[in-house]
Design a protein around this ligand. Structure first.
Ligand code: HEC
Length: 162
């Protein structure tokens, strides 16, 4: 009796799994080739690396703080150009617009300057390695909120594709 009962259950399991398999393979079933793949909601800015943030913070203190401020606050009057038309150092935290730019452009500005001939900012291409520059940018990112991070990360993705 026990044997018959259990083999009936396994037959039921087999039939059910075959039915499920058939449903999964049918054209109307979910997950068929005609449907777009589900959106990958796990995507988003990658987690920041604590060690890189720390080395970025140190390099920032040595190279950038003198102009951009100990708290990344920039010049208090950064939105007003100097009388000669040059800019004052902008903030690097979320109150500035560094987070409007993709990684690639930030690296370029830091290596080669903003393009302004009047710029007071030194060119760091021969002073810092690419890795050191990316660490400083990692440090900046650690001070931004989730919205600024998501925005800047998306810009970086778009810049990568173009
Ligand atoms: C001598 C002052 C000075 C130093 C030192 C300096 N900067 Fe700047 N930085 C400026 C000024 C002024 C600007 C505004 C744009 C311009 O004039 O080029 C600027 C602009 C920037 C921008 C563009 C920001 C934006 O919102 O578009 C970035 C990024 C930046 N600096 C990063 C750095 C980093 C990183 C360092 C250190 C490795 C550094 N700066 C050192 C003066 C400085």
């Amino acid at each position: 009796m026990i044997r018959r009962g259990s083999s009936r259950i396994s037959l039921l399991v087999l039939v059910t799994s075959l039915a499920l398999l058939a449903a999964a393979c049918s054209d109307e079933g979910p997950g068929t080739a005609s449907e777009p793949p589900p959106a990958d909601t796990s995507d988003g800015p990658p987690a920041l690396d604590e060690q890189r943030i720390e080395s970025g913070r140190e390099l920032y203190g040595l190279q950038c703080e003198v102009c951009h401020g100990a708290d990344l606050q920039g010049d208090p009057d950064w939105k007003t150009p100097n009388t000669d038309g040059s800019f004052r150092p902008p903030p690097q935290d979320a109150s500035g617009h560094t987070w409007h730019h993709p990684d690639q452009l930030l690296v370029e500005i830091i290596r080669e300057g903003s393009g302004s001939t009047l710029s007071a900012m030194p060119l760091y291409g021969d002073i810092l390695t690419q890795d050191e520059i990316l660490s400083i940018i990692e440090f900046f990112k650690s001070t931004w909120g989730p919205e600024e991070r998501l925005f800047q990360w998306e810009r970086t993705q778009v810049a990568q594709e173009s």
